[in-house]
Ligand binder design. Structure first.
Ligand code: XMP
Length: 512
């Protein structure tokens, strides 16, 4: 891990991960911990600086999450954002109360005195506010730095300590000078050098995997998705032939996916790759299963069964590589809030304990976009690295109702045409995820002079940052028209194409 690290104390703001990403984009490693983490634990992590996040809570209420007051005696550079501002004032002698007028949205900030945090920022600037409480009076030793029309203390600094507080959110795109303010904090106030680079991470990750695995053998499940492709390539760089990858062909992949992975990783890079043809096994298990959750469970457990059998054949293995990402491991104040399971997401969980394998998770420090940067650093081609996310149960959750091979063929072709048209129109990268869904109904159409009674394909394209919420992508008419016309004409058994224009919520991204 890099020498410098910023610890972000999370009080449950929806923007906490965004703060962490912005800091990393600026070249400084950042880690998110719960806002209430005790001082000993904070010290153990040896932070170079602290950032206190926002929160939906009110600091003056009894149930509010409070930081360990000991953090203010550390003397480490500290930035309090929104709730982080208010709670700091509350613990350091200031007064916080409900604001007479809550502020949500853009506000004009006016600087009252110079501050290293605002170097290079105009004296008046626009920034994003989202708060119902406000600071009424600053504690001793603090001075006001900025105000807005509605907010008397919109930014403050400590007179002698490197502590800075801001009421706005510098991490969001609606705060145009936000990045500058964060950069001023990291490099001007905390005087960090910025030692977080993907090249450096790659070097350390390779050394880390070698240390962890020693002389052992590592197994990796490949899905064709970005994360497992990057994990496999990274582990291969560290271990060479002591890595074996297993690609279970469950028959639910997109068009050309298996060949692509085999070509890129197996043939071109020389990874030991076992492709298991388990299509028939999965299909017979899925026969006449309609309930989406049951489909997921069946696919999950069948996957484990196939994988276990392969591992037995491969010989003694002690380790299993998994593409766990940082958002999955963050121990944060917001964990649990709204974290209701809406769909069971299939991964190779359950495997390590059953097979007594030790887990190797080299991506556990990375955000999704960083995994892509790492993939590029490893020399993986753009079409693999920049792929849209794809669910573990694959096309099974996109042929609604019972799954059969004829329907999968129809869906694969329709999906490939849609993706081809998006790429051709240069829209593939402007949408977060796009795919086709095969509906279990037939509608009337006319082809030539003949009446047809055939299936319907729904197209879905969404904009999102993490899949938690999404809006439908406003694709140009011409792209939709071309995709629809090609699908209805070229795919046998389809005579109608519809476009899904629902956001998430209330819908989900996948149809099942
Ligand atoms: P939903 O449909 O829940 O999808 O809005 C959010 C994101 O998660 C993907 N997804 C899955 N990924 N296993 C996965 O690995 C699954 O069972 C699964 N279901 C949905 C979906 O494609 C979207 O990116």
């Amino acid at each position: 891990m890099p020498r410098e690290r910023v610890l972000i104390l999370d009080f449950g703001s929806q923007y906490t991960q965004l703060i962490a990403r912005r800091v990393r984009e600026l070249g400084v490693f950042s880690e998110i911990v719960s806002g209430t983490t005790p001082l000993v634990e904070i010290k153990r992590r040896r932070p170079s600086a602290l950032i206190l996040s926002g929160s939906p809570a009110s600091g003056y209420r009894s149930e509010a999450p409070l930081p360990d007051p000991g953090i203010y005696a550390l003397g480490k550079p500290l930035l309090g954002i929104c709730y982080g501002f208010q709670v700091t004032q509350q613990l350091m002698g200031g007064t916080v109360a409900k604001a007479p007028r809550a502020e949500y949205g853009s506000a004009i900030f006016a600087l009252d005195r110079p501050s290293p945090l605002f170097r290079g920022v105009p004296r008046r600037f626009r920034a994003w506010m989202s708060h119902g409480d406000e600071v009424r009076a600053l504690g001793p030793g603090w001075e006001r730095v900025a105000h807005t029309t509605n907010c008397r203390f919109a930014a403050a600094r400590h007179a002698t300590l490197p502590y800075h507080l801001i009421q706005f959110h510098p991490e969001v795109a609606h705060s145009p000078f936000g990045k500058k303010v964060l950069s001023n904090f990291l490099f001007g106030v905390a005087k960090l050098a910025g030692d977080w680079t993907m090249k450096g991470f790659l070097r350390q990750a390779v050394a880390g995997i070698r240390r962890e695995v020693g002389e052992g053998h590592l197994l990796c499940a490949l899905s064709g998705g970005v994360d497992s492709t990057v994990v496999a390539t990274l582990c291969h760089r560290a271990l060479g032939k002591r890595l074996t990858c297993v690609l279970v062909d469950h028959g639910l992949m997109r068009e050309g996916e298996i060949e692509e992975v085999r070509g890129e990783l197996g043939e071109k890079r020389g990874l030991r790759l076992v492709v298991v043809d388990a299509r028939q096994r999965f299909l017979s298990k899925l026969e006449s299963v309609i309930d989406p959750e049951r489909k997921r469970k069946i696919i999950g457990s069948e996957f484990i069964a196939v994988f276990e059998e392969q591992a037995q054949e491969i010989g003694p293995v002690e380790f299993l590589a998994q593409g766990t990402l940082y958002p999955d491991v963050i121990e944060s104040a917001s964990a649990g809030w709204g974290a209701q399971v809406i769909k069971t997401h299939h991964n190779v969980g359950g495997l390590p304990e059953r097979m007594r394998l030790k887990l190797v998770e080299p991506l556990r420090w990375l955000f999704k976009d960083e995994v892509r940067v790492l993939g590029r650093e490893l020399g993986l081609p753009a079409h693999l690295v920049d792929r849209h996310p794809f669910p573990g149960p694959g096309l099974a959750v996109r042929t609604l109702g019972a799954v059969n091979s004829a329907d999968l063929e129809i869906l694969r072709r329709a999906d490939a045409i849609f993706i081809e048209e998006l790429r051709r129109a240069r829209w593939y990268h402007r949408t977060w995820q796009a795919f086709a869904v095969l509906l279990p109904i037939q509608t009337v159409g006319v082809k030539g002079d003949e009446r047809s009674y055939e299936r319907v394909i729904a197209l879905r394209a969404v904009d999102s940052t993490d899949g938690m919420t999404a809006d439908w992508t406003r694709l140009p008419d011409a792209v939709l028209a071309r995709a629809a016309s090609r699908i209805a004409n070229e795919v046998r058994g389809v005579n109608r194409v519809v476009f899904d224009c629902t956001s998430k919520p209330p819908a989900t991204i996948e149809w099942e």
